[in-house]
Unconditional design. Structure first.
Length: 331
């Protein structure tokens, strides 16, 4: 994939639409194995009829975007913590679909802990940050270091260590996508902001190698799953695993947007987050038209099924506001 960068508004819209599309596509197979998916459905080749709702991935993205838009590029972990305390912690009723990292963070904030202590809990390495960092890539003006810094500020509220590193990788990759980088350049940029001796970096390098050997995203499913899935852990939302699966499928997919997203669906594990990451990166690079028209049905005002405070939030209006915040990229 080559080409010039898109106008930032188009990149921003493509990024958030792609994230929402991936989120919706991946929900039916979240937590499943490739073999179990194949036994029940064969190979899934489209969004199931009526499956147009997004989940916590998109709603937490909208929330982080709201805080970023309010405070601008100088936003800090204290701003994010205050927003959690004002809007998320007091919520009454279920946080449908929320991960363990988010629920543990709510408990820590209730106990009076502030960042970074609020993010130091038993599930700090989840992909709950990686799923919501798209806004930071959009507003970075193509600067991966800025994108990674903003992701880190958000992540310090709810994550630590590998959970933050993986989020930084996704944010930086999206920043590179908005400046028109090649697919290889996008993924290399994601690796540049991750400590080289980390679990995240090792998994990402392994995923890229495996993806390069495959003949397509579908072909890469067995090798990526066998090499990267941590099946002995009781949950599938480990950040180094999810982000590595996304990067490996992106390499193997070689720009085939629908094929790469559907491979994420059929691979399983934390499929909605893996597909959301893929969709956000490809959308930032290629724009809204990269996704089949029928998949755009997921773009609707948020229902607040997980976060009541984002009910009614509009994905396109949010993308436009993020685009307005982004500094002008150098030619």
């Amino acid at each position: 994939m080559t080409g010039s960068p898109l106008p930032i508004q188009e990149a921003a819209r493509g990024c958030l639409i792609g994230l929402a599309v991936g989120d919706a596509l991946g929900q039916p197979t979240e937590g499943w194995t490739p073999d179990a998916i194949a036994a029940k459905w064969g190979y899934i080749e489209d969004l199931p009829p009526g499956s147009t709702a997004v989940s916590d991935d998109t709603e937490y993205t909208l929330f982080s975007a709201r805080v970023l838009i309010e405070h601008g590029l100088g936003v800090t972990s204290e701003h994010f913590a205050d927003a959690w305390l004002e809007h998320i912690v007091p919520q009454v009723g279920p946080f449908k679909g929320a991960g363990f990292s988010e629920m543990a963070t709510i408990d820590n904030l209730k106990r009076g802990l502030r960042p970074p202590e609020s993010g130091r809990h038993y599930h700090a390495w989840s992909d709950g940050l990686a799923m919501r960092v798209a806004p930071f890539g959009i507003v970075s003006g193509g600067d991966p270091e800025l994108a990674a810094r903003l992701a880190r500020e958000d992540g310090r509220v709810s994550h630590d260590g590998e959970g933050i590193y993986a989020g930084q990788a996704v944010a930086a990759a999206i920043a590179a996508a908005t400046r028109g980088a090649t697919l290889d350049g996008i993924l290399a940029t994601g690796l540049e902001v991750v400590p080289s001796d980390s679990w995240t970096a090792r998994h990402l390098h392994r995923a890229v190698r495996l993806g390069a050997r495959a003949s397509g995203a579908r072909d890469a499913i067995p090798s990526l799953h066998d090499a990267l899935a941590v099946e002995y852990y009781p949950w599938a939302d480990l950040a180094p695993e999810a982000v590595a699966l996304a990067f490996g499928l992106l390499v193997a997919g070689r720009g085939d947007v629908a094929g790469t997203l559907l491979a994420a669906v059929n691979l399983g594990r934390d499929s909605d987050t893996v597909a959301a990451i893929i969709g956000a990166i490809l959308g930032a690079k290629l724009g809204p038209s990269a996704f089949p028209d029928r998949w755009h049905a997921v773009v609707a005002p948020a229902t607040g099924r997980c976060l009541a405070c984002v009910a009614g939030a509009d994905l396109i209006a949010t993308a436009d506001a993020l685009a307005d915040l982004a500094p002008r990229q150098a030619p």
